[in-house]
Design a protein around this ligand. Sequence first.
Ligand SMILES: [Zn+2]
Length: 315
Amino acid sequence: MNRAGWIAILRTLWQTSMVGAWTLVTAQAATVRIDTSRAPALKTWADSTETIAREWYPRLGNLLATTQDLPLLSVAIRVNPDFKGIAAASGSSIEISANWIIQHPEDSRGAVIHELVHVVQAYPPNKVGWLTEGIADYLRYAIYEALPLSEFPRPEKPQGYLDSYKVTAGFLFWLECGPAPGIVRQLNTALRLGEYQETLFSKRTGRGLNDLWSDYLIALRPLPNLPRDPQIWRHAKGSFEHQTNGNWTEFENGKPVWNFIEMSRTPQYIEIVDGTRNLRLRLTSPMVQLISKSGWSTLYTGEWSAPASTKPPAN
Ligand SMILES: [Zn+2]
């Protein structure tokens, strides 16, 4: 081999070792330390929480990663006996109240996860605190605590998503489950770049934020069981009616407009499809849902009613 060849090999070796050293430095840099020097009684709590935090911090970083990201910073958590609130993050420092940990040991690890999300978020100032807190609680409750969707609080009121925290978290979880998979990462990227706009929701789903909230409430409402012999589902403009051949016909203003084949039946709904329009509908109570590749939406609200023949004659 000539001299130029050896130089090329040495250069490659040098570059490889530098990349390796850099990887090692950055991988070891992102750690979490919990300081209990001012609350030594919580040392045992801190040791076990530190293990969880070190495992989850890079995981939370990955869940909210964008391609422009810098490596995660090391986090210092201080257990503070004088801290007036519960916990707060500022940059890569977290303060948490010693008294609160003692009074709420079952919630304290989740609170640390929530604050670690704030460290990862690193958003510039914005006016959508409900979303910042909602994303932090989504990762805490839905991902870290693995709470099922049905157990998130859902206040029955317009714009309930503005309640922030766990309420917004459930709403985001529902969006992730069907209407807009991946929206949390998308919202996070927009917030981090200072480019968030409410239209992001309608761009993803075709529905405005307030409409999505009411869709969420309706979708999660416990459904009454199907009637014993479900035959007619009525809405303001028409009905879906069971035919003697086992299929379903949609009527509008008393005229048949479409035919559907019944695909499945559970105690809560009947699923029907229309091959010509590639439509999949779920007849539930109190709504008919349109199921598509991107999720579902409410098509009509109405209810099951008795077949006309069993009604007492009108007079
Ligand atoms: Zn928070």
